[in-house]
Design a protein around this ligand. Structure first.
Ligand code: AMP
Ligand code: GLY
Length: 452
């Protein structure tokens, strides 16, 4: 029996815990802060651990020793979890706080890309609104206006069609942030997005399957950007040729950049990119797995994840081969909407404005224990131990099949068994990619998909 500690508390965190216990019968995962509504075998939530305070984990570890700690939430990475726990002698997987700046500051991430040859859109950084607006007016192309730091709902980027829209976005950020204004303005890219994931041991990497994240809040990719309303994995355009480009143009320059800057980096990198007519372009670097991509990607992984983590800690990932089942998965986020959709004054719910929490969630215990997955996100146990909603994305339901059509049909069928007041989800996750033909990588189960 071995114990590990996962630092997270999202649907992604649950998916990582699930990967540990599903692929190794001898591992018990402490999950801090985790989700106290979660009742899973060998996943033990530790609510007293706080994402913003590594000393809470040190206190826990003093009483509950573990083999290693896996830090997968950007807030914890920025709070110095990896640095502090390592300094106290713990084995830790996760980038240092300095490396997490690649995600926490858009300007830092963009500069890293241009310094190390990762293709990305032209950009400029600003601390005053008039200069940003003048820049926007001079551009011969449409712009995206981004606030520099992390935003709680993933809504810090405004994708604009016109200079006028971009100027309005600059003004909106300026009035919200005042003297602290920090913006990145960049060229708008066109194409299809792709989420790229690799596990790093500091010297080498293992490519994980790609995914397509549905970031817009409303049906038909309308509404604003948010953390994601669902994902497909693998990405519908995934092919050996594309994976080769991903290695050559994105992941290997990233690794070289990390080495050149002497950044301490183990664990996942998530590169959000656009597949454009002129090749792959980086949109953002994230220093952890994507959420809701993890929910669609990780259930397809067959390796013993504890062993992969040991290889990371020994810096021996170059000897590992990733084994996946090659099936298609579709994850759909169930979010907290408004309680009375008939009320014309009500916002639709998360992430449009204030929304109610504490709503009782029904149907969890009846969710079948099979290849589909149900991942807990913003959910907590009330004083009677019953699950209630506690935030925007409450649950992620993941269907699986030989085709996208099968996977999404299964996800939506399973959603039918779950309910909470104000429950809202997109009904069109993956719909545009349905086809009768089998998914490209589904030829045989247990496909060894990637090496290096
Ligand atoms: P970010 O805040 O950088 O994570 O971007 C959030 C989302 O905004 C991305 O996933 C894209 O959907 C969109 N986006 C960001 N930058 C660009 C860009 N340069 N061109 C087009 N869309 C973008
Ligand atoms: N799904 C987008 C993110 O994790 O940032």
């Amino acid at each position: 029996m071995t114990h590990v500690l996962v630092i997270d508390g999202t649907g992604r965190g649950h998916a990582i815990c699930d990967l540990f216990v599903r692929t190794n019968p001898s591992v018990t995962v402490y999950y801090g802060p985790g989700c106290d509504a979660l009742t899973a075998d060998r996943i033990v939530s530790v609510p007293r651990i706080r994402l913003d305070d590594p000393s809470t984990a040190l206190d826990f570890l003093a009483e509950h020793p573990v083999e290693f700690v896996f830090v997968s939430h950007v807030d914890a990475l920025c709070a110095g979890y990896t640095d502090v726990l390592s300094a106290h002698g713990h084995q830790v997987i996760g980038p240092s706080a300095a490396a997490a700046r690649l995600e926490a500051s858009k300007e830092r991430g963009k500069r890293f890309c241009t310094d190390h040859g990762l293709p990305t859109a032209e950009y400029a950084a600003f601390t005053d609104a008039p200069a940003a607006k003048a820049y926007v007016r001079q551009r011969p192309y449409a712009c995206v206006v981004k606030t520099d730091g992390l935003t709680p709902d993933g809504d810090g980027s405004v994708v604009c069609d016109t200079a006028a829209e971009a100027e309005t976005a600059v003004d909106a950020f300026a009035s919200a942030q005042g003297a602290d204004l920090q913006l990145v303005v960049e060229e708008r890219l066109y194409g299809r997005e792709i989420s790229v994931f690799a596990l790093l041991d500091g010297a080498d990497y293992l490519l994980f399957p790609t995914a397509l994240d549905f970031k817009r809040t409303l049906e038909g990719d309308a509404g604003k950007n948010c953390d994601g309303m669902g994902s497909l994995a693998p990405h519908p355009q995934s092919s050996p040729a594309l994976l080769e480009q991903i290695r050559r143009d994105l992941v290997e320059p990233f690794l070289r950049g990390i080495a050149a800057e002497g950044l301490s980096y183990t664990g996942f990198v998530y590169i959000g990119a656009m597949i454009t007519d002129s090749g792959l372009k980086v949109i953002e670097i994230n220093t952890r797995f994507g959420d809701s991509e993890a929910e669609a990607v990780l259930p397809g992984v067959h390796n013993d994840f504890t062993e992969l983590c040991r290889a990371v800690l020994r810096r021996e990932l170059d000897r590992s081969l990733l084994v996946t089942d090659g099936l298609a998965r579709c994850s759909v986020a169930l979010t907290q909407g408004c309680l009375d959709p008939a009320d014309p004054t009500a916002t639709p719910g998360w992430p449009f404005g204030a929304f109610a929490t504490g709503q009782p969630v029904l149907g969890l215990a009846q969710f079948p224990r099979d290849a589909t997955r149900l991942f807990y996100a913003n959910l907590r146990a009330d004083s009677d131990g019953r699950p209630v909603t506690s935030g925007g994305r409450v649950l992620h339901v993941v269907g699986v099949g030989r085709t996208i059509t099968e996977a999404r049909a299964q996800a939506y069928r399973r959603i039918g068994g779950i309910s909470f007041p104000g429950m809202r989800h997109r009904t069109d996750i993956g719909a545009a990619f349905e086809a009768g033909s089998p998914f490209p990588t589904s030829a045989a189960p247990a496909v060894a998909e990637t090496r290096r």
